[in-house]
Write a protein that binds this ligand. Structure first.
Ligand SMILES: Cc1cc2nc3c(=O)[nH]c(=O)nc-3n(C[C@H](O)[C@H](O)[C@H](O)COP(=O)(O)OP(=O)(O)OC[C@H]3O[C@@H](n4cnc5c(N)ncnc54)[C@H](O)[C@@H]3O)c2cc1C
Length: 441
């Protein structure tokens, strides 16, 4: 089994050689820091709105090196953050508008991919969420009975489920590589192998020179902590994925997964899975949640016990796959704000802006954030700029060692809550409610 190498998705298409490294000082109209989906969508929409703008992206490795090229491929309509946090600033109406905007963004992404000729194995197949205990079922509030769940996928122990049609399966590296290609074709330069060292009004200092621009947009998500002055802003939370060898037709038949729907569960330490275009299961989950001092992984390598834990989740869902081989494992970082809710912001006075903090739901939200940043930078007052995540303010995380101890304690609590619920508790465990309060969710 291969571990790391950025991700299985990148190994499938081949790791790119970084291009167009910044060579000395330069000036342009807009600098986007970070070449993931947030940065690329922002560059795409800004340049589409005003093709005269000289927009440049500064990327430490290569476009799509981060979460955007490593994720589970759920292009979902899930809210990127806590409904309660958004309701506090914009009321229930604000939450409803944000939900609707995210939902319609699923088709926006699919539409742009089609127009730009991006083939990312996209299938608008919906997502099946299963409950495997009474407490999970109560939380999920799903409409599918155990028998109806089994008609879609035979998940061991499923007692109920919910199907949301507004979700698509994607191959993440193909999506982000295709978008980078489309953005370059527009004339946007992506300076790869160019790490930003500091971001300030009017300039981004990089290891190869300073890029000056009146507008500087930070799109670093889980890597934000690595930038001077931003260490405690968003916590880099790990998520890891394993991918099986290609299953045989009889193995697919055995587990009854004949469609392409995404699959997840309602545990506190939830899992997410997809059936890949080449007939494997890619399944992700939390693993080791956080590394001391906000460190990130090395090229996606994950810990052995995380691999074993994901293997046991896979065989718990599908006991008949107990002997199936795993071909690849990797991990990546999500950006987690202190209230677990995303934000998009731009200050015309300084020319500084940012987007991110989507926790585990950024594949769709990055597109919405890119369009929102476009409107904010261009000074347009639109439905997007009035969504509750615009200008959303969050306090910083605690300093170490509190941050490390707190996050690990939190995940111990969630695992304990799952064990109690699996043992037959009829409602969501009080332990999980305590964990939610401690987490600030
Ligand atoms: C394992 C995993 C599974 C996930 N599954 C899903 C899913 O199924 N559905 C979903 O909706 N979301 C999922 N997510 C979350 C989603 O992938 C992210 O929210 C989204 O990709 C964030 O995009 P981004 O562009 O903001 O950040 P990233 O893609 O992380 O991009 C940040 C970029 O900044 C670059 N960078 C870092 N430091 C610097 C620097 N100093 N200077 C310049 N560049 C720098 C990095 O190399 C990187 O390319 C998952 C995330 C992970 C890790």
């Amino acid at each position: 089994m291969r571990n790391g190498g950025v991700s299985f998705w990148w190994q499938q298409v081949g790791l790119p050689e970084p291009t167009d490294r910044l060579r000395g000082d330069a000036a342009c109209d807009v600098v986007v820091v970070g070449g993931g989906l947030s940065g690329l969508w922002t560059a795409h929409y800004l340049h589409e709105a005003d093709p005269t703008l000289d927009v440049r992206v500064v990327e430490a490795e290569f476009a799509g090196f981060g979460a955007s090229g490593r994720n589970g491929g759920w292009l979902s309509s899930e809210l990127p953050g806590s409904a309660r946090a958004y309701a506090d600033v914009a009321g229930e109406d604000g939450v409803t508008r944000l939900r609707a905007a995210v939902r319609s963004t699923v088709d926006e992404v699919i539409g742009v991919a089609a127009r730009e000729g991006i083939d990312a194995d996209i299938v608008r197949s919906g997502v099946l969420t299963v409950a495997r205990s009474t407490a999970q079922s109560q939380r999920l509030g799903g409409e599918l009975t155990a028998a109806q769940v089994a008609e879609r996928v035979r998940v061991a122990g499923a007692v109920a489920g919910r199907f949301d049609p507004d979700c698509a399966r994607v191959q993440p590296a193909k999506l982000v590589a295709g978008l980078a290609r489309a953005v370059r074709e527009r004339g946007v330069r992506i300076h790869e192998a160019t790490r930003a060292l500091a971001v300030e009004p009017g300039a981004v200092r990089t290891e190869h020179g300073t890029l000056r621009a009146p507008v500087v947009l930070r799109c670093l998500e889980g890597f934000t902590a690595g930038l001077a002055g931003h260490r405690r802003e968003w916590l880099p939370m790990n998520s890891a994925i394993v991918v099986t060898e290609a299953l045989t037709p009889s193995q697919w038949q055995e587990i009854g997964w004949s469609g392409q729907e995404l699959l997840g569960d309602e545990a506190h330490a939830y899992c997410y899975a997809q059936r890949t275009a080449d007939g494997r299961i890619a399944m992700g989950g939390r693993g080791v949640p956080y590394r001391f001092g906000s460190r990130t992984d090395v090229e996606g390598r994950t810990q052995d016990w995380t691999v074993e834990s994901l293997r046991s989740t896979l065989t718990s869902l599908f006991p008949s796959l107990a002997g199936v081989g795993l071909d690849h494992a990797w991990c990546g970082v999500l950006g987690v704000p202190r209230d677990w809710s995303a934000s998009v912001a731009y200050d015309p006075a300084t020319g500084l802006g940012h987007a991110g903090g989507y926790v585990g739901s950024g594949l769709t939200a990055t597109n919405l954030a890119g369009r929102t940043l476009r409107d904010l930078v261009l000074g347009h007052d639109t439905d997007l700029t009035r969504l509750p995540w615009t200008g959303h303010r969050v306090r910083r995380w605690e300093p170490e060692p509190l941050r490390w101890a707190g996050v690990h304690a939190l995940y111990r609590l969630y695992r304990a809550a799952d064990r109690r619920e699996d043992a037959g508790l009829a409602r969501t465990s009080a332990i999980a409610r305590v964990a939610d309060r401690v987490a600030g969710r």
